[in-house]
Write a protein that binds this ligand. Structure first.
Ligand SMILES: [Cu+2]
Length: 286
């Protein structure tokens, strides 16, 4: 196996393939409503998004509608998608995506009027403003997952070792060429309401992605979920990829309605190859 370095450093971060020194410009007219569909296509970077001079109305999470919520900034991890609606002011504004933990950013320009383009290191004050929280996010009525006690709960411990740079789920290593060797699948039956408790026991961010299903966010807890949840969420947003910060436990619910053998994995491109995946396995589904 190639030697893994502790932290990847990248020379550049790109927005629609462009450098901040030669940014894409999004042209519009003052007063127009613009939708920005933010897709984190990076392999291993969490970005903090802001648009200078504007608040962001978040309308969709991973393609599913949510009750609109106004924030100044939001975090987005690999594989996540957020739709933002903005009523544009008159001028020239930086749309920035700051790489968390790095002194670097991707940037585009939103232009509705005359003026110089912002510098490539523009740092709009919105970056320090109100951050989107999972507890802000509620699914709209048509896409809600009904409240129902789970038939089965699986604990999904996000585990690993920084020194070794080896990342795992439930302390087991997934091998892509022999998916069922060395892991204990998370078994479900067709029709069950399933709860996954995603518990991050590492000091790293892990964006967790479930194939074949979307889930509703049900509760958030700190301190690895010891003690009661910090927040129960009545009609949590629907997502298929979820950033689980260090030390947090986030419970998500879904109905097992898509029989098969489905991967659940960390979306960090350097964590997955070290074995950070397992299988959601339908049994007796014939
Ligand atoms: Cu990871």
């Amino acid at each position: 196996m190639p030697r893994c370095v502790r932290q990847r450093e990248y020379p550049f971060y790109l927005l629609n393939g462009r450098l901040p020194t030669a940014p894409q410009t999004f042209n519009a007219k003052p007063g127009q409503r613009a939708r920005f569909r933010i897709i984190n296509a990076a392999g291993a970077t969490v970005f903090r998004i802001a648009l200078g001079g504007h608040r962001l109305t978040v309308t969709h999470s991973d393609g599913f509608p949510m009750r609109p919520v106004d924030v100044d900034t939001l975090l987005i991890s690999s594989g996540e998608r957020y739709d933002l609606m903005v009523t544009l002011d008159d001028g020239v504004f930086p749309l920035v995506a700051v790489a968390e933990g790095r002194l670097a950013q991707a940037m585009g320009v939103v232009r509705t009027g005359r003026g110089a383009a912002p510098p490539p290191d523009a740092a709009p004050r919105e970056l320090a403003g109100r951050v989107l929280a999972l507890t802000d996010m509620a699914a709209t009525a048509p896409v809600r997952v009904s409240a129902r006690d789970p038939d089965v709960t699986h604990l999904v411990y996000l585990t690993g070792d920084m020194e070794e740079f080896a990342w795992r789920i439930n302390a087991e290593t997934y091998h892509p060429h022999a998916p069922f060797d060395g892991i204990t699948p998370l078994e479900v039956r067709y029709g069950q309401r399933v709860r996954l408790a995603l518990i991050n026991q590492t000091p790293m961010y892990h964006p967790v992605h479930l194939h074949g299903h979307s889930f509703a966010i049900r509760s958030v807890a700190a301190n690895y979920g010891r003690g009661p949840p910090v927040a129960n969420i009545k009609h949590g947003a629907i997502k298929d990829t979820l950033l689980v910060p260090p030390g947090q436990r986030i419970d998500v619910d879904f109905t097992a309605d898509n029989p098969g053998q489905w991967l659940i994995h960390c979306h960090n491109a350097y964590h997955l190859p070290t074995g950070m995946a397992t299988v959601l396995s339908y049994v007796d589904s014939s």
